[in-house]
Design a protein around this ligand. Structure first.
Ligand code: SF4
Length: 324
């Protein structure tokens, strides 16, 4: 897959783990794939994929009988319904081992196949004596999430939703910035500068969370380095998970107008208020006020806005803010 390099020279490439079948590898039980076009055609050129098919790696073969999650007392087993073969122990072992290996792969996110008893993240079917519950999680997905709790994880099916897609891509790029921040020799000054650049983006997700994170930064000297870094990453990624709604974006954009200090630019400020009103009314997507505020920030020489990750949280070529 060709890769477009849109990163500053000192940044690591974005590396995304994927269920192999969602990028077109023919590893499904029936010998087919579940290619997700957004992943291969749109996001693919900006990232390096690290494909994993746990069912093939555990030795089930292709093609193979289907497996399902089955409740047996307090336990949930992975069973082939056709002939009763129980793969639970092998799959748990493989999942723990692969999750540990993947933790050393420098991943920035993971996209998993929905509904799979191995890879599904949300609402996977569990078969019980009384019927089917839809509250399970695939064995591999569960091990992966436990091993890497900060890692942005999403299901390929949910990426068809523009808001979920934008949120996921924002998180993977945010996670890379976080990892770059907490390189071995980070300083509190680095964290303060980072937090300043991320302020508007965080506020678009969760104002209260942003303020709490600010208090953590203010108190950073009093906390052991490793514990601080872990806590900051944890809270940062939790904030980013919360949806950035229209009204939160409107608040941030209005706050940004306050930075436009050139007195002779009433026209610019008025255009910005109009663009925000149109965005709030659903007449234009977020990209419209974002583009205008970028131009105005340049015209007003507002470096603090231009440096903000809110204005460029991911490559513009992905056009994610054209649809939210
Ligand atoms: S869902 Fe997971 S286990 Fe199933 S074929 Fe895809 S990658 Fe393999």
């Amino acid at each position: 897959m060709t890769s477009i390099d849109v990163r500053p020279a000192d940044l690591q490439p974005i590396r995304i783990g994927v269920s192999s079948c969602v990028i077109g590898e023919e590893v499904r039980w029936n010998g087919g794939h579940s290619r997700q076009r957004y992943l291969t055609d749109m996001l693919g050129p900006f990232v390096e994929y690290v494909p994993v098919c746990p069912e093939v790696e555990v030795g089930m073969g292709v093609p193979r009988p289907t497996v399902r999650l089955v409740r047996q007392g307090d336990d949930i087993r992975m069973i082939e319904p056709k002939n009763g073969v129980d793969w639970t122990s092998s799959m748990r072992r493989l999942s723990l081992k692969r999750s540990s290996e993947l933790a050393d792969e420098g991943l920035h996110g993971f996209v998993l196949k929905k509904d799979s008893p191995t890879c599904g993240v949300f609402r996977v079917r569990i078969y019980t004596d009384k019927g089917v519950e839809r509250n399970g999680r695939g064995i591999f997905a569960d091990a992966l999430i436990r091993r890497m709790p900060h890692l942005p994880v999403e299901e390929e099916g949910r990426l068809n939703d523009a808001k979920i897609r934008e949120n996921f891509v924002e998180r993977i790029f945010g996670y890379r910035r976080l990892r770059e921040l907490f390189r071995p020799r980070w300083t509190i000054g680095d964290v303060v500068a980072f937090h300043t650049r991320e302020k508007l983006l965080l506020r678009a997700h969760d104002e209260k969370g942003y303020r709490e994170l600010g208090r953590l930064v203010a108190n950073a000297k009093a906390v052991p380095r490793a514990a601080f870094a872990d806590d900051y990453m944890d809270r940062f990624m939790e904030i980013m998970k919360r949806p950035a709604t229209v009204s939160k974006h409107v608040n941030v954009l209005q706050h940004m107008i306050g930075f436009l200090r050139r007195e002779d630019d009433d026209v610019g400020r008025r255009q910005m208020h109009e663009a925000i009103a149109d965005y709030r009314a659903g007449l234009v997507p977020l990209i419209v006020p974002m583009t205008l505020i970028s131009h105005l920030a340049t015209r007003h020489d507002q470096q603090i806005l231009l440096d903000s990750s809110y204005l460029s949280p991911h490559p513009k070529e992905l056009m994610l803010r054209n649809h939210v």
